[in-house]
Design a protein around this ligand. Structure first.
Ligand SMILES: [Zn+2]
Length: 287
């Protein structure tokens, strides 16, 4: 944190500060050109499957290219931690940091969930968000962030010296082990920084620390995605519940989450192709 300062201010300080911000990664060329098609086909969606994620636990689900999936609040306000993988290659997984660099701190309709290097392609596009009205509040807070990581037992141990086994990191790991027969060691390594679905977060104005507030999500609210390749999803119902008080414990009131998978007749998707992995030649300057 940039609170304590030990160095003297330079004499040419005025020349060094106050430059105009430049957006690092202008994203206009990756604008979602398919969004109007995806919105028009939403009238023809047919529900294929529903999965209920119990509180303080996680489950996996599969979504094929061309299908939609929704994460829905049921029973009460609840935050979900989402991991996404290429179904056929679990090493290709959601890259929260680069997605944040491209779209900012919080995601909504039209934003794409990019995958890790060396693949870097869109795994899914967000097609609907019943909480998009929330925008950013006066504290700079909003929903569906890519700035947090996921609650985990290591940080909990570091800060409170407790062994707690139902953080999202552990829930996601357990789901991969139990449902996909991934070895525990490997599962833990491929669990990655999440999309914090429904979580209301930001950075404090003074210290720029990560903050959370009670989520505005209510039963019936959902976030909807279009799968741009075959996906394995894993969703944890965070032990923080609505994340209005604390996480990494059994204290908060928690509710289940629902994942639903939706199909649509392929005739509506003729113009949409699966996303392609990066065509960078991977030479890295080595001749
Ligand atoms: Zn969590």
């Amino acid at each position: 944190m940039k609170i304590k300062k030990f160095s003297e201010k330079p004499s040419d300080l005025k020349d060094r500060i106050g430059a105009k911000p430049i957006v690092c990664y202008p994203n206009t060329h990756i604008e979602e050109k398919n969004l109007s098609i995806l919105h028009s086909v939403r009238d023809h969606l047919v529900k294929k499957e529903e999965i209920i994620i119990p509180p303080r636990d996680a489950k996996t689900f599969e979504v094929k290219f061309g299908e939609f999936f929704r994460i829905e609040s049921v029973e009460g306000p609840q935050v979900g931690d989402l991991n996404l993988f290429n179904l056929n290659n679990l090493e290709e997984k959601f890259y929260s940091g680069k997605t944040r660099a491209l779209y900012g701190t919080h995601l909504s309709v039209g934003d794409k969930m990019f995958s890790s290097f060396p693949y870097l392609r869109s795994l899914a596009t967000i097609t609907w968000d019943t909480l998009d009205w929330y925008d950013y509040d006066k504290d700079g807070g909003s929903v569906h962030d890519v700035i947090g990581t996921r609650c985990d037992p290591y940080t909990s141990k570091l800060l409170t010296d407790n062994d707690y086994h139902y953080c999202c990191h552990s829930n996601l790991t357990r789901a991969l082990v139990k449902e996909k027969n991934v070895q525990l060691d490997h599962a833990e390594k491929i669990v990655h920084d999440v999309l914090n679905v429904f979580m209301l977060t930001g950075f404090t104005n003074d210290t720029k620390q990560y903050f959370m507030k009670a989520s505005p999500v209510r039963p019936g609210d959902y976030l909807e995605f279009f799968a741009e390749t075959d996906l394995l999803g894993a969703l944890s119902a965070c032990p923080g519940g609505d994340c209005g008080s604390e996480h990494s414990s059994d204290v908060a009131k928690c509710y289940p989450l629902k994942v639903s998978i939706w199909t649509v007749d392929s005739k509506y998707l003729n113009d949409i192709k699966p996303s392609a992995t990066s065509n960078y030649n991977r030479n890295h300057g080595i001749d």
